[in-house]
Design a protein around this ligand. Structure first.
Ligand code: HAM
Length: 422
């Protein structure tokens, strides 16, 4: 039998789990600092929740199956549709706005590259019920706070920022019907990954003049808001929102992390306004996180639209980056005390000592195997990362004391069990 986990998935041995818990601790703490409430949903959802016809990669990557009642189900590839479903289900009973976060495991049948796998955990922060870019500003402030807590600065990370309304204005100008906006966005996003001729052919399949790409690429190559303004003119093109978001970023103190990048579209169909992705400024890693505004997702599920924006931040690329930068913490196993009974007669007293230490809030590893020698007790304490070794030996126990060895200083003392716990 092959003992590896399925390709693209991970086992988490205790040392891996310590790292994951450390990272999730930062995710949770930043969400708390920004007043986001945690929620969760099932990892298995109805497949129809993800059936969107815009040609997104994420739909082709779905893990789908039928249950024993022939229901078509899927492992969630992302959290946003579940969140939208939950918001719709509550309807007017939810007092908007809401700021919610989650840490779901997501499944995508991906082509594997460094930092991209078939399951990942994704920190999601979303805000529903705010139409203004103050919501995006709050999300970006949280994102930057997370980076800073991990030891990364504006020189290490760039947050590429654009607004889909810019592309929408270019497409409208070229006579592309509004109904084709989402699939055209998905195609344009592929320009970085597949040959231009393929994208052009697919645009033609949609009934869109392939020459539209020239205009899109011209706007995408702008390096400043001013230049973009010159090309598309004034009107509803999202540039004012980008400017305001940058101003809010300056007020909050994260403007130097932002880069206006009109070539950013993102590959998910539902975004309607601001889009952003964070990248490492050095190296070849893929996006660390991505998100944007999706004000019209709820109506695609048959509900009334509510303004929404958010982002997803995976656990894989960031760990690769922290590894490259030497920023991964050393996280050894750690318990406060290891308790060792020299003889089997002392096992019951050792259990009582252990119990009182635990009741006092100390983490204690009681050596369970019988007949161990002193040397192996030391080895055990070392492996457990213990601060102290507590020894119950017949002669000392008869005098009502135990031996405590401080494993850092090497000092040894005799104390009563009561003193030990206090
Ligand atoms: P996404 O860009 O598909 O957006 O994914 C967001 C982040 O999840 C990526 O930037 C990356 O960190 C991580 N990620 C995605 N796929 C993989 C993979 N195969 N392996 C490792 N990490 C991965 C979304 O999922 C949106 N639902 C985010 C969002 C939330 N938008 C609004 N709210």
């Amino acid at each position: 039998m092959n003992l590896s986990p399925p390709r693209g998935t991970r086992d988490f041995y205790p040392e891996d789990m310590r790292l994951r818990t450390w990272l999730f601790g930062h995710f949770r703490e930043v969400a708390r600092l920004f007043g986001f409430q945690e929620y969760d949903a099932p990892v298995v959802e109805s497949a129809e929740l993800y059936v969107r016809k815009a040609g997104e990669e994420i739909v082709d990557q779905l893990y789908t199956f039928q249950d024993k009642s022939n229901r078509d189900l899927a492992l969630r590839p992302e959290m946003t549709p579940s969140l939208a479903r939950m918001v719709l289900q509550k309807g007017g009973a939810l007092g908007l706005p809401i700021k919610w976060f989650s840490l779901p495991q997501c499944w995508r049948y991906e082509r594997m590259t460094r930092g991209r796998r078939r399951e990942h955990f994704q920190w999601n922060l979303d805000i529903f019920g705010v139409t203004d870019v103050t919501a995006e500003a709050e999300l970006l402030a949280a994102l930057v706070t997370l980076f800073q807590r991990l030891g990364l600065g504006a020189g290490d990370i760039a947050i590429r920022l654009s607004n889909r309304r810019l592309l929408q204005a270019v497409l409208a100008d070229a006579g592309v019907a509004d109904t084709l906006f989402a699939p055209v966005c998905v195609l344009i996003d592929k320009l970085e990954k597949i040959p231009r001729e393929t994208v052009e052919a697919e645009l033609q399949n949609l009934g869109v003049d392939s020459g539209v790409i020239d205009r899109v690429l011209q706007v995408a190559s702008c390096t400043s808001l001013h230049e973009a303004q010159g090309l598309v003119g004034s009107g509803d093109n999202g540039l004012d929102e980008i400017q305001r978001l940058m101003d809010l970023g300056a007020a909050y103190g994260f403007a130097d992390w932002l880069r206006f990048d009109p070539s950013l579209v993102r590959g998910l169909a539902y975004y309607t306004g601001t889009v952003f992705e964070a990248f490492a400024t050095r190296g070849e890693l893929r996006a660390i996180c991505g998100g944007g505004r999706y004000d019209r997702l709820l109506s695609t599920f048959g509900g009334k639209d509510v303004a929404a924006c958010g982002f997803g931040f995976g656990d894989a690329v960031i760990v690769e980056l922290l590894k490259d930068q030497g920023l991964l913490p050393d996280l050894p196993a750690a318990v406060d005390d290891v308790v060792f009974a020299f003889s089997e007669e002392l096992r019951e007293p050792a259990m009582q000592v252990t119990r009182s230490l635990r009741a006092a809030g100390r983490s204690v590893d009681l050596i369970l195997e019988a007949g161990k020698r002193m040397k192996s007790a030391f080895r055990h304490a070392d492996g457990a990362g213990a601060a102290r070794l507590v020894l119950l030996a017949p002669e000392e126990w008869a005098r009502g004391v135990v031996k405590v060895r401080d494993l850092v200083s090497g000092e040894e003392h005799e104390v009563t069990p009561e003193e030990l716990a206090s």
